[in-house]
Design a protein around this ligand. Sequence first.
Ligand code: HEC
Length: 158
Amino acid sequence: MSLKAKNKLAIILSIVIISYLGIVACGPQKSAEVPDYAPKREMSVKEKQYYREGQKLYTMYCANCHQEDGSGLGKLIPPLAGSDYMEENFSESICGIKNGFKGEMRVNGIIYNQAMPSNPNLKNLDIAMIATYIYNSWGNDRGLIDVLEVEDIMRDCP
Ligand code: HEC
């Protein structure tokens, strides 16, 4: 075999090996990308990234009260799963993630009146990720909530 042919063979072999490794390395990750309570539609790479980071933040900051499955806690903590309040009061919900809530609010026909503490450490990107997670879990399906949108909303919070 000529040197040229050997080089060609080496290149082809490397491509085969690299693509094989790529498939093996990425295969299992793909199936674990988003949980089964996420919408069944295709998500962009960015939305998936927000979603997964949002899930971690939700577990740290919110799940104690609103529960892992977003169902809330009786008459004390309102649900985020299928919440008509979140649907109808988008800006208030975004502001509330950082600033907390107080006073009466009605969620899915039930009146709640317990203060939710503020989370002053959350950056706009954290809020966007948490919002993307809760607005696309447990039956909710609003799509990506971008950090630029959150920035606009946060500027006008009461
Ligand atoms: C200490 C418990 C507690 C924690 C922690 C908490 N919340 Fe709340 N949340 C509440 C309560 C209580 C209300 C109702 C407030 C009221 O009655 O005015 C509420 C209301 C809400 C609402 C609007 C009502 C609804 O159910 O749609 C949203 C959205 C929300 N919380 C999201 C979050 C997110 C996101 C986090 C994490 C960053 C979080 N909460 C952390 C207790 C909590």
